[in-house]
Design a protein around this ligand. Structure first.
Ligand SMILES: C[S@@+](CC[C@H](N)C(=O)[O-])C[C@H]1O[C@@H](n2cnc3c(N)ncnc32)[C@H](O)[C@@H]1O
Ligand code: SF4
Length: 453
């Protein structure tokens, strides 16, 4: 915990503490003062006083607030990094969108990431690579929209997963949910100006029965002009069937995911995925026959996995040659069953894994094209999407960099309107709970109409 005179960014300081300790047993006091030119931070930790001073000319109130906060965070990071003898690759950067930050820092981003956040050269290079891949794709003028549809159901829950989703056989309201969702989509299509992608995400959308899935796909058809990008996060190989693939194809879906997470059967059992490694390959080949652009998700740092397990996963993915693959770093919320079970890997081991994925991707013609970070990620590392040239998923870029409007439908879906001129984003989040969502759908539709009016 931290006792600070800067309540306005206490939470940000707590995030730095959390990087090192999950918040337990650390007690720090902090006093910050500045006159707009000289910035002073005093910390007391374990009875010792630490002082940091910097002189810098800052123009504008907003910039000043930003700098005060960043300078305090860096001071705290330095104290804890020294105490715990750990240096994280992302340094004092706690934000989840480093690339978006680079866009906002414009030409100064490299210097700022290095000097104000202590980000490593390697991660700055990663940000640079992503910016380069996004160069001709990013919605510079904020003129596009994307449509998101949330299907928060799964065949069963995987032990590590932090997404909001229910086991489909245990939910009594699936039909009612689908009907409400279809109604909301019908009423949302008029809000989609210059639509450039549609994304049905999960959960596992194809865990639905055929007729439920078709209802959603049908109502989306008027939005699908030309060969607009249309993704379904098919996901778990145990529910990918030839019948489902045919349906997706018939309704103009052009991208899907077939997610291994790992190619170790032992790990798959441990994390509660009800499929084998070989079934991933079988379903991938089946989906390939239908001509979908395919993404494969993998996770670095899964329980009991060594570097060679992860290397085997990446090598197998690259051998299969999908258009995209995404490398997540395991991120376990406090109190989750798996968190209690997982043996923490040595600091640096997961970094070796993500470095291997990065290097192999580049050697095999993939570029990193989007990047984000999550709280509680092992070693504070990141998630990176890799793509063959011209096969990038535009939806992922738009949603991560928050450059386009997002019209989101369903429980827990967050709609965003981008005001490019004001450099501002307004959001509306629908309720997480399925029944609350069903009962409030008219209110939700109205709120979204207001957001996009
Ligand atoms: C919304 S999930 C949907 C994927 C799909 N249902 C499946 O299981 O194949 C998207 C991805 O997030 C990643 N993911 C989920 N929970 C995670 C966690 N706790 N740590 C790291 N990655 C996670 C997985 O790679 C997963 O494929
Ligand atoms: S990883 Fe996928 S299938 Fe597993 S619980 Fe999460 S969303 Fe559901």
């Amino acid at each position: 915990m931290i006792d600070t005179n800067r309540q306005d960014y206490k939470k940000d300081l707590e995030e730095v503490i959390f990087m090192f300790s999950s918040g337990e047993n650390i007690s720090i006091s902090h006093f910050e003062e500045n006159d707009g030119k000289t910035f002073k931070d005093k910390f007391i930790f374990l009875g010792k006083e630490y002082n940091f001073t910097n002189h810098k000319q800052i123009d504008g109130e907003l910039e000043l607030k930003r700098y005060e906060k960043r300078f305090s965070k860096l001071g705290l990071y330095k104290i804890l990094a020294e105490h715990f003898k750990v240096d994280y690759e992302w340094g004092a950067l706690t934000g989840i969108r480093p690339v978006r930050m680079a866009y906002s820092l414009k030409n100064d981003y490299e210097k700022e990431l290095k000097e104000v956040f202590y980000v490593s050269y390697k991660k700055i290079q990663l940000v640079k690579d992503v910016l380069k891949t996004q160069e001709n794709i990013i919605d510079k003028d904020g003129k596009y929209s994307d449509l998101f549809v949330s299907v928060p159901f799964c065949p069963t829950r995987c032990a590590y997963c932090s997404f909001v989703s229910e086991e489909i056989s245990k939910c009594k309201h699936v039909d009612k949910y689908i009907d409400t969702l279809v109604y909301e989509i019908e009423n949302s299509l008029k809000l989609c100006k210059n639509l450039r992608s549609v994304y049905i995400g999960g959960g596992t959308p194809i865990a639905l029965k055929n007729e439920q899935l078709i209802k959603i796909l049908k109502v989306l058809q008027p939005a699908l002009n030309g060969d607009i990008e249309f993704t379904v996060e098919a996901g778990r190989p145990d529910v990918i069937t030839e019948e489902k693939l045919k349906i997706l194809k018939e309704y103009k879906v052009n991208r899907i995911c077939v997610n291994p997470q790992t190619f170790s059967d032992k790990t798959l059992t441990l994390i509660g995925r009800k499929h084998s490694a070989s079934s991933v390959i079988e379903k991938y080949n089946l989906a390939k026959n239908y001509g979908f652009i395919i993404n494969m998700d993998v996770i670095a740092g899964l329980p009991e996995e060594s570097f060679s397990d992860f290397k085997n996963t990446v090598d197998t993915v690259i051998n299969l040659n999908p258009d995209n693959f995404t490398v997540h770093t395991l991120c376990l919320k406090k109190g989750s069953i798996l968190k209690e079970k997982v043996k923490r890997l040595e600091i640096g081991e997961i970094s070796k894994m993500t470095d291997y994925a990065y290097n192999s991707a580049k050697e095999n013609g993939y570029n990193p094209y989007y990047l984000y970070r999550q709280k509680y990620a092992a070693d504070n590392l990141e998630n990176v999407g890799y793509s063959k040239p011209q096969k990038e998923c535009v939806y992922n870029i738009d949603v991560m960099e928050e450059t386009s409007n997002n019209i989101a439908c369903g429980a827990n879906a967050v709609s965003k309107r981008v005001f490019k001129e004001k450099n501002q984003i307004e959001r509306y989040g629908a309720p997480k709970d399925i029944l609350t969502y069903i009962n409030k759908v008219n209110e939700i539709i109205k709120a979204k109409e207001q957001l996009f009016s």
